[in-house]
Ligand binder design. Structure first.
Ligand code: PNS
Length: 162
């Protein structure tokens, strides 16, 4: 059985992230969505909130699990006997950072392969930071994040203004 990890900060998950997760779940027998606890990044949503929001957004699926992690990504891969890390690529600008991460992960664990999946064209412009900024200034995030994330993302900035 090939297990793949889809890792990220998912702060919050966008429709582009969900597209990659769902496409990966059609290729691999098991997909673990690894939600990173990165203390260096101040996140908008707590780790638990990010995990729950992705779980809610996923369609009924027997082969996708969502899990928080606060370790090296390759350690999460080892824990699940995953041989594949999936990362989405949107544009050339993603490449340098992704290339570095893939090489580092390969150095740490040569048996875990990083596979890049091209973002679907309709999501190629999307990023968590862009949707956070749109929500912060009161713009509509409908269609940019899964339907269950629209309200919490809008609310989090309204409550910050009070
Ligand atoms: O969505 P992001 O923020 O681009 O995801 C980055 C993530 C979580 C995949 C990356 O920061 C990560 O793998 N963190 C775990 C720590 C780790 O393994 N670091 C060494 C490899 S660069």
């Amino acid at each position: 059985m090939t297990v793949a990890i889809c890792p990220g900060s998912f702060d919050p998950a966008t429709t582009g992230h969900m597209d990659i997760i769902i496409r990966a779940s059609r290729i691999y027998e098991k997909v673990i969505v690894g939600v990173a606890d990165n203390p260096q990044k101040r996140s908008l949503f707590s780790l638990d909130e990010r995990v729950e929001m992705i779980k809610e957004a996923l369609p009924e699926s027997k082969n996708v699990d969502v899990e928080a992690f606060d370790s090296l990504l390759v350690s999460l891969a080892h824990k699940h006997k995953a041989s594949v890390i999936i990362r989405g690529l949107r544009a050339v600008s993603d490449f340098e950072h992704e290339f570095q991460m893939a090489q580092l992960n390969r150095k740490l664990s040569p048996e875990v392969e990083t596979i890049f999946m091209m973002a679907s064209p309709e999501y190629a412009y999307l990023s968590s930071s862009a949707v956070r900024e749109i929500a912060q200034y009161g713009g509509s995030v409908k269609g940019l994040v899964p339907p269950n994330i629209v309200e919490p993302l809008t609310r989090v900035f309204q409550s910050k203004e009070v």
